[in-house]
Design a binder for this molecule. Structure first.
Ligand code: MN
Length: 323
């Protein structure tokens, strides 16, 4: 998915200064963002957040749906570029068709992972296929690549089989990184986890955490009780570090998304669909996308590529990761 803000702000993220050195329960409100088009979708964005820009290497979280596609066109994101990040596509219902400048063409369904590592440069499109389910529901995530890996060549992988952990009334599917003994086969570049927990009525258990990681939970559907906090779809619950177990319960069927990772030490600059290290680098990325240099073409998408929005006129002033 692309950041379709008409005037995206340049954001500095990363560094340890704002990482909670203990377990906390901070509710971070979501912001609704229109994805454009006359009947386009609206997404609920919780990362980057005014109060917190990253959770581990996770630097972007858009939640969308459940969207009734009998009245809407669904997803239609034209070819657009990425640098310095991985895009992680994860669905709870429906289908999304991905195409990229490597020549990949891959449909995903719930329980499957599309992972695109941009490295120095990639472009891709995402759309609801013509033949699709009535409902679309999912998340689009990005992880920031550490400096040592961010200039690598682009790479795309699809995983249809992912490990699960079962508990008392719940099943967790680990799509990226590790949770307890379950390790996703997908390529990672820093220690982290991305997982979905499906809770049945009366589910009551604890998820195994790593004290060095910071974590956050998003409710996907229903009401989940996370460390005593009743959470419904909308805000992101930031949990800090220093935890070895996370109590989760549900009275009725519910789902949650768990994100975590080692705090990301490097300071990054995010603007539009680029993750870099300074303003000049972002300007170069933007120019290379607009001139066609450095980015290969996405074939097969019925429509023009997305032009980059204008750069903000004020030059970025580095600041901390929180507030
Ligand atoms: Mn994208």
């Amino acid at each position: 998915m692309s950041n379709l803000d008409r005037a995206p702000e340049e954001t500095v993220c990363g560094g340890r200064t704002a990482v909670a050195a203990e377990p906390v329960r901070d509710l971070l409100p979501s912001v609704d963002v229109a994805l454009g088009g006359p009947r386009g979708m609206t997404v609920s964005r919780t990362l980057p957040n005014r109060g917190r820009r990253m959770v581990g290497a996770w630097c972007f979280l858009d939640y969308y749906g459940p969207e009734d596609l009998t009245r809407r066109t669904g997803m239609r994101v034209p070819p657009h570029p990425h640098t310095g990040l991985q895009t992680v596509s994860w669905l709870f219902a429906g289908e999304v068709l991905h195409r990229d400048s490597l020549g990949s063409r891959q449909l995903i369904r719930p329980g499957q992972l599309n992972l695109m590592t941009a490295g120095r440069a990639i472009s891709h499109s995402e759309e609801t296929p013509a033949d699709h389910s009535p409902t679309l529901h999912g998340v689009q995530l990005w992880t920031a690549l550490p400096d040592r890996d961010r200039h690598t060549g682009p790479h795309f992988e699809h995983h249809a089989a992912l490990p699960t952990v079962s508990g008392n009334g719940l099943t967790v599917i680990v799509f990226l990184g590790a949770l307890g003994a379950a390790v996703s086969p997908a390529r990672t570049h820093s220690p982290l986890v991305g997982a979905e927990a499906v809770l049945g009525a009366g589910a009551d258990d604890e998820l195994p955490l790593v004290p060095d990681f910071e974590y956050a939970v998003l409710a996907v559907s229903g009401t989940v009780e996370v460390d005593g906090v009743a959470l419904r779809p909308g805000p992101l619950l930031y949990l800090g570090t220093g935890r070895t177990r996370l109590p989760v319960r549900a009275g009725q069927p519910a789902r949650l998304l768990l994100l975590g990772g080692e705090p990301f030490d490097e300071q990054i600059v995010m603007w539009w669909n680029f993750v870099g290290r300074d303003h000049d680098e972002i300007v170069t990325n933007r120019n290379e996308w607009m001139t066609g240099d450095a980015f290969d073409t996405v074939h097969g998408y019925d429509g023009d590529p997305l032009p980059a929005p204008p750069m903000p006129t004020s030059r970025l002033k580095p600041r901390g990761r929180q507030r």
